[in-house]
Design a protein around this ligand. Structure first.
Ligand code: ARG
Length: 617
């Protein structure tokens, strides 16, 4: 049952039977829910077009619908209006609004159908597509920090949203494991004496273990090397050379590289598991390396690449972009307006770059999967990179014309001061540290509620709080990371939704233990009677339409809001309504059924957001 469609059809039929065109008619949720549930401003539009008073038109339309309702009983030829109109009440309001209120019976029917539908009424996409998601993007040998939080949070939720809507999905973490950081780390380790055994004559690289190189060592060595490369030109050149050796699979560099990668990836996986992120593939840039030569050849053969200062570049600018600004003097650097610089696909020394592996990865993915869309989730500083990569792939035919390439660029997670989240001393905050902080706080709150020693529950709540806080914002916006606010058990937070689910669990289990009533999806019965129950049914309707809104916008904020609205509608109902104490058994079952439905809808929304539901809290 699609309530909005039914209303739309009734209005269309009425408009047409008045001899008018129904083009442009639309129905939306009411902006004044205290008056009605849906509204249409079609009479206002039509009035303007026909030079007629909108309110008169609105009254005519409503009159037409009401007349048909009356006729229904006498006619065999039942029209849509007649069939469905009695579910709704239509009325005209100044200056020409068409207002619609859903009848209680229709709402009860809606709840029943939603409860019995395997998708809980979430409308599925008409033609399911295969979407390939690329998110996470951790870099091997570099420790994950707060800057790496949003990609897995947003990426995982977007992926799940597509699953909820009926698409097929594949996911790849796309590790950064082929770039300069690898050469830098190995050079630094070598200088600090960690790799002596590998460089001995006749060393058997495969058998040598990375003794003493722990994660802690890596976490020290990379930042050290990274700082040094900015001030020491020679060091940077040698690191470039080491990186090239790895890319050429030269020994002992490649063996050392593989060992570091293994150590680092095990840790990365743990971090993603902590965040409920599951990937189909743990591929990295290195996995595309087998496709790099072929990729470069395509550009060369098609005449799309040219040499520039020893590097190989592809011009991707379109007319009007990348316009040189005339220099005022000879030694002034060349500057550009509307810059869209060429993409560099081979470095001066023959090494691969970020763009190279990304283009080769698309070649590799398309060989295996031919997704209808590839979605990348990274911070917004990578906009130009992806634009270049996408254009390269389209120019070279590596991505077919009908394949959509999408970059979802998120904003920064800021501290309370509005600046990127840092430690007290201004340092980078490690991802594990932030998540740990949230989990600790969640643990503290739980123990205040008398729940002690449940680490898994603390994790679910801490991580849920963080995710809900993040996803409540539009993806592209920066937002303030406010741990206390996110973790509040009251308000627009993850824990509040989880708490609502837990509360319903407790009602349902009491029903079972005290009243011997076991509510399951199958035996639910619905009868919407009070305004509180209406609010719940309407909140479910809105929640279901929020999935569609989010699907189109690649953002989860509307879903967070609608989930909260449902939880808070439930709260109103719970506070005003006796449920278990209700004496009438049928009525009690109806109320319990509504609890069951709310729980199912909240759990589905939480799952989509990548947040765990909890049994109790
Ligand atoms: N490793 C990259 C970074 O840390 C993110 C990778 C994103 N995905 C991609 N295919 N480029 O910024």
């Amino acid at each position: 049952m699609n309530i909005k469609n039914e209303i739309y059809e009734i209005l269309c039929e009425a408009v047409k039977s008045l001899g008018l065109e129904s083009d442009g008619l639309s129905v939306v949720f009411s902006s004044r829910p205290e008056i009605c549930d849906y509204q249409s401003n079609f009479a206002l539009v039509l009035g303007k077009k026909l030079g007629k008073k909108p309110i008169e038109l609105a009254e005519e339309i409503v009159g037409q619908i009401n007349a048909q309702k009356v006729q229904k009983s006498n006619s065999k030829n039942v029209t849509k209006i007649a069939k469905n109109a009695e579910k709704f009440e239509f009325f005209a309001a100044m200056p020409g609004f068409l207002n619609i209120k859903i009848g209680e019976k229709a709402l009860s029917q809606f709840c029943e159908e939603t409860c019995h539908d395997k998708n809980l009424g979430v409308e599925q996409v008409k033609s399911p597509r295969l979407i390939f998601f690329d998110y996470g993007g951790a870099n091997v040998a570099k420790e994950l920090h707060v800057g790496h939080l949003r990609s897995p949070i947003v990426g995982e939720a977007l992926k799940r949203l597509h699953v909820t809507m009926g698409d097929k999905v594949l996911t790849d973490v796309h590790l950064g494991d082929w770039g300069l950081q690898m050469g830098l780390t190995i050079l630094q380790l070598k200088e600090d004496g960690f790799l002596d055994k590998f460089f001995e004559k006749n060393a058997k690289n495969a058998e040598i273990s990375l003794e003493n190189v722990t994660l802690d060592v890596l976490n020290d060595e990379y930042p050290k090397a990274s700082k040094r490369k900015d001030v020491d030109e020679d060091f940077k050149k040698r690191a470039d050379q080491f990186t090239l050796y790895i890319q050429q699979k030269k020994e002992p560099y490649f063996s050392i590289y593989k060992k570091i990668r293994e150590l680092s990836v095990a840790e990365i996986k743990k971090n993603y598991e902590l965040l409920n992120c599951n990937f189909d593939f743990y591929y990295g840039e290195s996995d595309a390396s087998a496709f790099v030569d072929k990729t470069v050849k395509i550009f060369v053969d098609k005449g799309l690449a040219r040499e520039s200062e020893g590097a190989l570049v592809v011009d991707v600018a379109r007319e009007g972009e990348h316009i040189p600004i005339p220099k005022k003097s000879e030694d002034e650097p060349q500057r550009y307006k509307n810059p869209m610089p060429p993409a560099i696909i081979k470095k001066y020394n023959g090494g691969d770059l970020y763009a190279t592996t990304d283009i080769a990865t698309i070649l590799m993915r398309n060989k295996d999967f031919q997704a209808d869309e590839i979605v990348y989730v990274t911070d917004n500083r990578q906009g130009q990179h992806f634009e270049q990569v996408f254009r390269c792939c389209k120019l070279a035919g590596i991505s077919p014309e009908n394949q959509k390439l999408t970059h979802i660029a998120f904003g920064t997670m800021n501290g309370q001061d509005g600046k990127p989240f840092k430690t007290r001393s201004g340092g980078v905050v490690r991802l594990k540290e932030v998540v740990g902080l949230l989990i600790d706080k969640a643990r503290g709150k739980l123990s205040a509620n008398g729940i002690v020693g449940d680490d898994d529950l603390a994790r679910k709540i801490g991580v849920g709080a963080m995710k809900f806080g993040d996803l409540s914002n539009t993806v592209e916006k920066d937002y303030v990371f406010d741990i206390d606010k996110f973790l509040s058990f009251d308000g627009k937070t993850g824990p509040y939704i989880q708490y609502t689910v837990a509360r319903i669990n407790s009602i349902l289990s009491k029903a079972k233990n005290e009243k011997n009533v076991q509510i399951s999806g199958k035996n639910c019965v619905f009868s919407i009677q009070t305004p509180d129950e209406r609010n719940i049914a309407l909140a479910i309707l809105k929640l279901n339409s929020a999935y569609q809104i989010c699907y189109e916008a690649y953002s989860l904020n509307a879903l967070c809001l609608a989930t909260f609205d449902l939880a808070s509608a439930f709260s109103g109902f719970y506070n005003n309504q006796k449920i278990l104490a209700e004496k009438d058994e049928t009525r009690r079952n109806e109320l319990l059924s509504l609890c069951f439905l709310v729980k199912a809808c909240l759990e589905k929304a939480l799952w989509t957001l990548g947040i765990d539901s909890v049994e109790k809290m």
